[in-house]
Write a protein that binds this ligand. Sequence first.
Ligand code: NAD
Length: 522
Amino acid sequence: MSASAPSKITYTSANADMTAFHKSFDEALKAVRAKLGKTHPLYIDGKPVEAKETFAKVSPIDTSLVLARFQKGDAGHADAAVKAARAIQKKWGALPWQERVQTLRKAAHFIRARKFEIAAVVTLEIGKSRLEAMGDTEEAADLIDYYCRQVEEADGYLKPLGKLLPNENTRSVLRPYGVFACIAPFNFPISLSTGMSAAALLGGNAVVYKPSIEAPWTGLLLWECFKAAGIPGGLFNFVTGSGAGLGDALWKHPGVDGVVFTGSKEVGLKVFHEFSARFVKPVLMELGGKNPAYVSETANLDDAASGVMKSAFSLQGQKCSACSRVYVHEKVYDAFVAKLVEKTKAIKIGDPTEKDVYFGPVIHERALKTFLGAAESAQKGGKILLGGERLKGGLFDKGWFAAPTIAALPLDHEIFFRELFAPFLAVGKVKSLDQAIAEANKADYGLTAGIFTAKKEEIEKFFDEVESGVCYANRPTGATTGAWPGVQSFCGWKGSGSTGKGGCGPYYVTQFMREQSRTIME
Ligand code: NAD
């Protein structure tokens, strides 16, 4: 069967003719490279604003490559942005919901129209492979469409309620909270920023958006798409700067009514604990992961090795959903590990802006240090089966390249419980599904989990007992990764999230609104 060109790249796209894709990507990359080195402002109330200082955003692929300079926003900018957002929010919130849906759909259109440019920037900015960067971009547009559909299907969340008296007429309506601070991580810079802010806007809120300091250019492109869609200045403000400086000032601002945050458990917990000082305010958090897979003695080992390899090493292990620990039944342990190592050795490592490169650099020096520290820790009590070192020579000397790493570890090793956010997979030997589930549930996190087995009853048991919001079985395209809007809700349990309702899922948008019942006696 000959492969045909895909109409849309997702994280699980396979067997497609990619000629046209790569041609368009090459052109976009060339155009983006021609724009390197510019200095970009903040956008507050629709106007460009400069700070006292700027910072250089370099590429993790080549740290001598300055992609652009961005403003080091501070507390004063957070204040100005929140005030601008407050000034316009009521007008936006009072519009018929159909108008908000229409405007956001236009934003999805502009993201799709600029998808090669956005994906090229993502590739340079955070070191994602071409396909992953395009998946991120397509997901952004699909998220908007999916959330718009949610509002339509719920008829704008207007619902007649019951009567106690014949002349009593009550409706439930969902109303906006006001101003949301939207704080995004580096690793899915376009989809997560888009999903969080689009849902907040659809709910009638205004947004002050702070992209990761590692992905400000992608964030700026989102701002441009929203602007092109007709989202008025002030409603969506773009501020850049450090987490500790600008980020802290933003969520601590008394004019912020809610926070939507995706990032690490450490930062998330801090915000969660301190945000609601005067009264309880909504804090929507999607946090880290330490995602397990189980390979049973009846598993198709080729599928299992492919699925685990892809989830462990795509985006260099820097997905919240990355498979970072795999529990393998003792009867198939040796055979599975041999296949896993073989598949991992075949990964094409290099400059991810290049066609067919699967594996690029980690995001920054800190990530590389965490990775090297884990390799050192693994030597104590465990054995590194592959990798474990910084890659050196040629292009590797220009950026932050870590080798894809697999370590066989005793089940109580600390690496089974700590999120590394690096290309580091821990492998453990177990005697049964029960033991695998018990080990999986020992970690504080509960984001994604995968199982490979030929037995249906094992799948059901795993789904029923594993403490995880996103579960997969027998998925060679990704043991624990690859969720898509409207296909897999992405809900973090335990230390992986705060609300019990996931992004990409059917209950997401309502979380940005509060209920009001309206009773009229007629
Ligand atoms: P991070 O927590 O370091 O940063 C996330 C965002 O918070 C960034 O914009 C950062 O500038 C900001 N920030 C940092 N300190 C802050 C503070 N004191 N106040 C306000 N903002 C602050 O995370 P990261 O390194 O960008 O991303 C990786 C983490 O995100 C991992 O833990 C990963 O698992 C998690 N993640 C989770 C999901 C999910 O859906 N569950 C998705 C992607 C990433």
